[in-house]
Design a protein around this ligand. Structure first.
Ligand code: DC
Length: 232
């Protein structure tokens, strides 16, 4: 286990789970409470997609070039107004990577083996120093198989669809719940059956089902798990 600047024990926390499980918010809050580095691995795949778009590369024809591009990028998470932002080669890309266009492209980009290989190296490097909370799909299984704390965060498909519907409503978009449930089921099927880094719970991960929990309740549970490990 690593030590922080004050000489205390720190650990690596791997949080995996499907979209809508509350993973991102919970991981951010947990990292802040613990004073750990936060790594959003999905943001890194989005950033490669964003840079590929900027470079005019095509995901089908230019897979090798996209992998080369991924190898050359330097990633860093830095706080901006108290929130972690991803910086790529010194540029704050946090807003640019959240567009639907980049989101859609990040899925095929994340299936390019060369891209995964380079991001895996970058992610492991980020977890080398002191405490880290890293979230994604394959953190407990592939990126940090020796993480001291592994969480698989999930919620029923209905609950995740309700949360998505609420998010859309807040953005002024009304959508039928049954339709969102169907989309969610389709996405779950795709995510867990794909050949490259499928979404799968690590055998030694603790499963936390967030249906009837508030975000803070989830963070409390996770914080307790981490404290048990570092204070052992
Ligand atoms: O969680 P997200 O929507 O920001 O992720 C963006 C894309 O990257 C999404 O298609 C899933 C993929 N991803 C992945 O393949 N492996 C990870 N560890 C994290 C995300």
């Amino acid at each position: 286990m690593a030590r922080d600047k004050a000489g205390g024990n720190t650990c690596r926390v791997a949080i995996d789970g499907p979209a809508g499980s509350g993973k991102s918010t919970v991981a951010r809050k947990l990292a802040r409470r613990l004073g750990y580095t936060y790594v959003d691995s999905g943001a890194m795949y989005r950033a490669v997609a964003y840079r590929a778009l900027q470079a005019g590369l095509d995901v089908n024809d230019d897979a090798d070039k996209i992998a080369d591009l991924a190898a050359q990028l330097h990633f860093e998470f830095r706080p901006v107004d108290g929130q972690p932002h991803l910086f790529v080669d010194g540029e704050d890309v946090e807003e640019a990577i959240r567009t639907p266009e980049v989101g859609n492209l990040s899925s095929p980009v994340s299936a390019i083996p060369g891209v995964r290989q380079h991001l895996l190296a970058a992610q492991r490097q980020m977890a080398k120093e002191a405490g880290v909370v890293m979230e994604g799909r394959d953190i407990g299984t592939v990126v940090l198989p020796a993480a001291e704390v592994k969480i698989f965060l999930t919620a029923s498909v209905e609950e995740r669809a309700r949360r998505r519907q609420q998010q859309l409503r807040e953005a002024g978009i009304q959508r039928d719940l049954d339709e969102i449930i169907r989309e969610q089921q389709e996405r779950d099927r795709r995510d867990s059956s794909r050949a490259v880094a499928p979404l799968r719970q690590a055998d030694d991960a603790k499963k936390v089902i967030t249906d009837d929990m508030t975000e803070d309740e989830v963070v409390n549970v996770l914080e307790k798990l981490v404290r048990e490990v570092v204070e052992r």
